[in-house]
Design a protein around this ligand. Sequence first.
Ligand SMILES: [Zn+2]
Ligand SMILES: [Zn+2]
Length: 221
Amino acid sequence: MAVGNRRSLRKGSLRIEAFIVPPIGNNVYIVYEDGSNDAIIIDVAQGASSILQRLKELEIRPKMIVNTHGHTDHTAEDELLRAETGAKLAIHELDAYRLALDDEASAELGIERNPIEPDIQLTNGQEIRFGNESILKVIHTPGHTEGSICLLDEKRGQLFSGDTLFARGYGRVDGMGSDAKQMVESLKKLLALPSNTDVYPGHGDFTTIGDESWLKQMTGE
Ligand SMILES: [Zn+2]
Ligand SMILES: [Zn+2]
């Protein structure tokens, strides 16, 4: 069901609430499990009020806010949502420093964000557990930034890809901390996932690994 810029999706017992919010058509997600009231928030962008309202309607509580990476467009309202919910704020250890400074995006977009510190620094392979049986596995996918991550629900074939993989493309590799070679390696990791894996990017349309046929050519696989 779509309400404005929100979609409610499900895969097995996993529920995904997807929102498109400012500043640059950012996709942010609430994920939770049927019959449980813990939720995980994936990126906040400038969507704190939409997320809070929906959490209230669903009577669920976020235990963790996970940033796919540290760019300001994705993290602008992290602190607001953390303060309102008491959720722990998590980001890959290599992007943690970004929360303490303004970046290219802040200047370009005119976003003001006070320096903040994460509660949890993530590493590759770590498992974020929620509900009774749900796990999001951290896959470190540097390239767009040093500490970009994707989050994988392996059992249900669901991937939250941040600015690493988009429908018909991948994230910019010309910024501070970007690395085009690492991006290729990261995309190879994603190409190794089952082709029917659903992909929920940080911007733009949803896709699947199999629908992104250019990945094979780009990574030389
Ligand atoms: Zn980014
Ligand atoms: Zn972005």
